[in-house]
Design a protein around this ligand. Structure first.
Ligand code: BTN
Length: 277
């Protein structure tokens, strides 16, 4: 993978037009956050890429194992949106990745709300969005930048991953039976992300919602949503109906349709239907 191989495949206006390439780093999200503070040097669309990460981070303080062969990138964005809209961006990124895996590679990728891309129930990519909020307007906080971190298990050997996540991980190389061109895949994700991001930044999820919804995993299936509030783990069981315009998961619990803005969604096996909170 190299920064000069990507531009040849890009058809974006601003995403990936500046690339900071690193052989190894702790976390590309941390690097991108440091760069995002100097906006004149690192404009919107700047991408930080690394061959491997030593401290890759996932959602909910989890680590993201980042052996060689994976794609680890963080995109600096400056959307004029409110902080509470930022989680929708993870969905938009998941949509762009799922679209790329389906269209370019023919893989049956699905978005697993809120931030994963799955193939046949195993994780092939994860998204971690992090933001900085300006302090000028205390009554109306504004996002000053978002770093959208995308990790894709492209040419990863699942045997290099810890045993406890090996079974739950889908390596694209192993799914397809051959190596992928990481430059082409990275450029393609950025090509799909740019129009979806521009739509989202201008009009919210509304326009891409129908197509995004058609790629969601677990729709109309029984699910468990685990959400952690300080000192408390809540488990909600119901039928996953999809996502709303705010990017929240809508779950049918009894006769009610309830929106949830955060949590971990998993399929509920029929033999664990007793859990309801
Ligand atoms: C998750 O599944 O919880 C999110 C994983 C996000 C991983 C990517 S890899 C590039 C960027 N840098 C990080 O440290 N994390 C994100």
């Amino acid at each position: 993978m190299d920064s000069s191989g990507i531009p040849a495949h890009l058809c974006t206006r601003f995403l990936g037009r500046k690339i900071v390439y690193m052989h190894e780093t702790g976390s590309t999200n941390d690097e991108a956050k440091a760069l995002a503070r100097s906006s004149h040097l690192y404009p919107e669309g700047t991408v930080v890429l690394a061959e491997r990460q030593t401290k890759g981070r996932g959602r909910l303080d989890r680590s993201w194992h980042s052996p060689p062969g994976g794609i680890y990138m963080s995109v600096i964005l400056r959307p004029a949106i409110a902080p509470e809209e930022v989680p929708g961006l993870s969905l938009v990124a998941g949509y762009a990745v799922a679209l790329t895996l389906r269209k370019d590679l023919g893989l049956p990728a699905r978005i697993k709300w809120p931030n994963d891309v799955h193939i046949d129930g195993r994780k092939s990519a994860g998204i971690l969005s992090e933001m900085s909020v300006g302090t000028e307007h205390l009554d109306r906080p504004e996002v000053s930048y978002v770093v959208l971190g995308i990790g894709i298990n492209a040419n990863v050997n699942t045997k290099d991953l810890p045993a406890e996540i090996r079974e739950m991980t889908a390596s694209l190389k192993e799914e397809l039976g051959h190596e992928l061109d990481p430059n082409l895949l990275t450029a393609s994700v950025l090509n799909n992300l740019e129009p979806a991001y521009e739509d989202f930044a201008g009009k919210g999820l509304e326009r891409i919602l129908p197509e995004l919804s058609s790629l969601l995993a677990y729709v109309n299936e029984p699910v468990i949503l685990k959400s952690r509030t300080p000192g408390d783990l809540q488990k909600i069981t119901g039928i996953f109906l999809g996502v709303d315009k705010e990017g929240r998961a809508v779950i049918e619990v009894g006769n009610e349709k309830r929106p949830y803005s955060a949590g971990d969604l998993s399929l509920r096996r029929r033999d664990s239907e007793h859990q309801t909170t």
